[in-house]
Design a protein around this ligand. Structure first.
Ligand SMILES: [Zn+2]
Ligand SMILES: [Zn+2]
Length: 184
């Protein structure tokens, strides 16, 4: 058998013009290579058009808002992990792992501010994922969730370093404290 009929274009062709298919008795595809390629290209175009037609930015926005409203902590966790990956600090844990360390009382581990989940990422009360010790890998034991404000202040400092710095700022601004808050 040196020739085979293509069941698409119905022409008789040398068997090299057919792709292999081990699932078939004769070990060859039913359609010739050219017909299969043409078919693949049309299929792809069809799918692309369908996807383009179905894509609706308004609906997509609505869907994402619904997801966020239904489970803001899960959406936050997935964004936090993706953000760290983008900044080349891959998290060695999953979204579900991260959810387990969200403080039960919903407050920042450091300043005890109540987290706002459905807010702008720049909101000072927005939760943010912190690598406790920047010199260690980002495993779950080295991760905590603190507010945006504390994460900005702590930056690459150690936990204790940040706390001591807060104390120093507090100590060095007695006058401001007295003027503005009445607390000394
Ligand atoms: Zn053909
Ligand atoms: Zn805080």
């Amino acid at each position: 058998m040196d020739q085979k009929k293509c069941y698409m274009c119905m022409s008789l062709q040398p068997i090299e013009n057919f792709h292999k298919n081990i699932k078939r008795k004769n070990g060859l595809q039913n359609w010739c290579k050219e017909c299969r390629n043409k078919h693949r290209i049309t299929r792809r175009k069809e799918i692309n058009t369908r996807v383009r037609e179905r894509y609706n930015p308004e609906k997509e926005k609505q869907r994402s808002m619904n997801r966020r409203a239904k489970n803001p902590q899960r959406v936050w966790a997935s964004k936090a992990i993706a953000g760290h990956k983008r900044r080349k600090k891959p998290c060695l844990f999953t979204i579900n792992d991260l959810i387990t360390i969200i403080p039960k009382n919903n407050t920042c581990v450091l300043c005890k501010k109540i987290f706002k989940w459905n807010c702008n990422d720049h909101d000072l009360a927005a939760p943010s994922l912190d690598q406790i010790d920047c010199a260690q890998a980002l495993i779950l034991d080295n991760a905590q969730i603190i507010c945006k404000q504390c994460n900005g202040g702590k930056s690459t400092d150690t936990q204790l370093g940040y706390i001591l710095n807060c104390r120093d700022v507090w100590e060095k601004h007695r006058d401001t404290r007295r003027d503005q808050t009445g607390r000394a």
